[in-house]
Design a protein around this ligand. Structure first.
Ligand SMILES: Cc1cc2nc3c(=O)[nH]c(=O)nc-3n(C[C@H](O)[C@H](O)[C@H](O)COP(=O)(O)O)c2cc1C
Length: 488
């Protein structure tokens, strides 16, 4: 697929590493857009290396990184040929507004490796998905992905107005940064990375990837479109049933009898208004069926972005035991996904799948000693003296309160960072014997997955999912982004 041709199917970025390099590569090989999740790839790399680098994939990718001294430092610190031999994973540097050199290097390498592996052995395009909420990790992660030649960047869970400029700055070899939302800020805080300072003479020529903003409403799409400085190249329009985080309902949040946020007509994007903008767009959230694809094309979209059917495919990064358990529950019609307004420390609603022995169960949730060590979802705040501190609503309550946090923010919060790591089989096992348990997310529409399971009782591959999605589409219906570029 030409990078300028709009894909019919985007396989959504699903964190952490559910949209693994293997999944994205398989989708890209079908001529559609495979996307790796860009969340926490520093920790994913560090932990894979500590587990002996199964298959040798990470070291194969690292051997192609332009600065081998940097690679040497990371291998020295994390690579354990024999694995951890029962020891906990060593902590990796946490994100801050001004990250340490080891933090910058691990993030650049982690993102490089994931994109490089996803692109290996074919010439299809690969995207990377970031969460606007994880602002402090964005510049270094984007740099690593661009060094690997990433073709598309996608970002949701916020208003990604600064990403187009960041991509242009890095393309020009200039320092690039994003403004950091700091609670109680009396001044602007920016996290900046200088590609030349990080890479020195090893900095390759960077190419600007296409940027797709993930939005829930047409008003946001219109806002981003209006100003050429912040204009993306396309939109993914994501509705409330999508997996992971989703935008809260507009206005005051009300909950239904199951404790889930109630969405109404005001939360539905006006697709006519989005189509009028003229940029390519894809519909996400309960569109992962052939009928969903047809409806999207009918609405003027270039196609769809799907998550759930890929998360449950054989190529997904989910731990195989968890995935099989969910498929068995789906076959019995017992798999339920709840939209939990409290689970995520970000305050955004987060989908939680009911899976035995995971955080969806009260007992498992209560048994976890609160602790914050991965820290991706921490919020920076300004102290009275102007210095910056970091807090997470899922950390120990007394620590959070001491940092000025409100007690009501801590109720029902889960440690998504550690839970999402456990989902992909790299959960922390602590010195005191406590092993982090999974916190599994999926989309709330399981209809497509149920139909795929009926057709493939032994499971399906990502390519089979793509084939099924595209089964009713006439190739002439595909839109080219070149056609769209003329309307700018
Ligand atoms: C397991 C899982 C994890 C997800 N994680 C993220 C994420 O980290 N960032 C993001 O922007 N979207 C995330 N999503 C949303 C997907 O990228 C996609 O837009 C959405 O799931 C599409 O809806 P569908 O699941 O009904 O197909 C996730 C979805 C799933 C199923």
């Amino acid at each position: 697929m030409d990078v300028n041709e709009a894909p019919l199917v985007i396989q959504g970025g699903m964190g952490v590493a559910v949209s693994s390099w293997g999944l994205a590569r398989e989708v890209s090989r079908t001529g559609n857009l495979g996307v790796v999740s860009g969340t926490a790839l520093d920790a994913v790399l560090a932990r894979a290396l500590q587990d002996g680098d199964p298959g040798g994939h990470r070291r194969r990718a690292l051997a192609h990184f332009p600065d081998q001294d940097m690679v040497g430092r990371a291998l020295e610190r994390y690579y354990r040929p024999e694995g951890r031999e029962g020891r906990p994973y060593r902590p990796n540097p946490t994100l801050t507004i001004t990250p340490s050199t080891p933090a910058v290097e691990l993030s650049v390498l982690g993102n490089f490796v994931e994109v490089w592996l996803a692109k290996e052995g074919h010439d299809g395009p690969i995207g990377i998905n970031f969460l606007e909420k994880i602002q402090m990790g964005t510049p270094t992660a984007v740099l690593g992905a661009m060094i690997a030649g990433v073709d598309h960047v996608l970002m949701g869970a916020g208003i990604p107005r600064e990403i187009p400029r960041l991509l242009r700055d890095f393309e020009a070899g200039r320092p690039g940064g994003v403004t950091i939302d700091v609670v109680g800020a009396t001044r602007r805080h920016v996290s900046t990375v200088d590609p030349v300072a990080v890479m020195g003479a090893h900095l390759p020529r960077l190419r600007r990837p296409q940027f797709y903003a993930i939005v829930s409403l047409h008003s946001l799409a219109t806002y981003l479109y209006r100003d050429p400085e912040i204009r993306p190249d396309g939109f993914v329009v994501e509705g409330p049933p999508a997996g992971g985080h989703s935008a809260p309902p507009r206005g005051r949040m009300t909950l239904d009898e199951r404790g889930e946020p109630v969405y109404g007509a005001r939360d539905e994007a006006d697709l006519g208004a989005i189509a009028k903008i003229g940029l390519p767009f894809w519909l996400a959230g309960a569109h992962g069926t052939p009928e969903g694809v047809a409806a999207a094309l009918e609405a003027g979209a270039a196609g769809i972005q799907a998550g759930t059917i890929f998360a449950l495919s054989e190529d997904s990064g989910l731990d195989p035991g968890i995935r099989r358990g969910m498929l068995e529950a789906l076959a019995r019609d017992e798999l339920v996904v709840r939209n939990d307004p409290r689970a995520s420390p970000t305050g955004f609603p987060f989908k939680i799948a009911n899976v035995p022995d995971t955080m969806s169960e009260e007992e498992t949730y209560e048994a976890r000693p609160r602790l914050c060590d991965l820290s991706y979802l921490r919020s920076p705040y300004e102290r009275p003296d102007g210095s910056v501190g970091y807090r997470c609503a899922s950390e120990p309550v007394d620590a959070y309160l001491k940092k000025g946090g409100a007690i009501e923010d801590t109720v029902g919060r889960m440690c998504l960072c550690n839970g999402l790591m456990a989902n992909i089989g790299i959960g922390q096992e602590r010195k005191d014997g406590y092993a982090e348990q999974p916190a599994v997310t999926l989309g709330q529409d399981l209809g497509g997955a149920a139909r795929l399971l009926a057709a493939h009782p032994q499971g399906w591959t990502a390519a089979e999912a793509v084939d099924w999605l595209c089964s009713g589409v006439d190739p002439a219906q595909r839109i080219s982004t070149r056609d769209h570029s003329s309307v700018r």
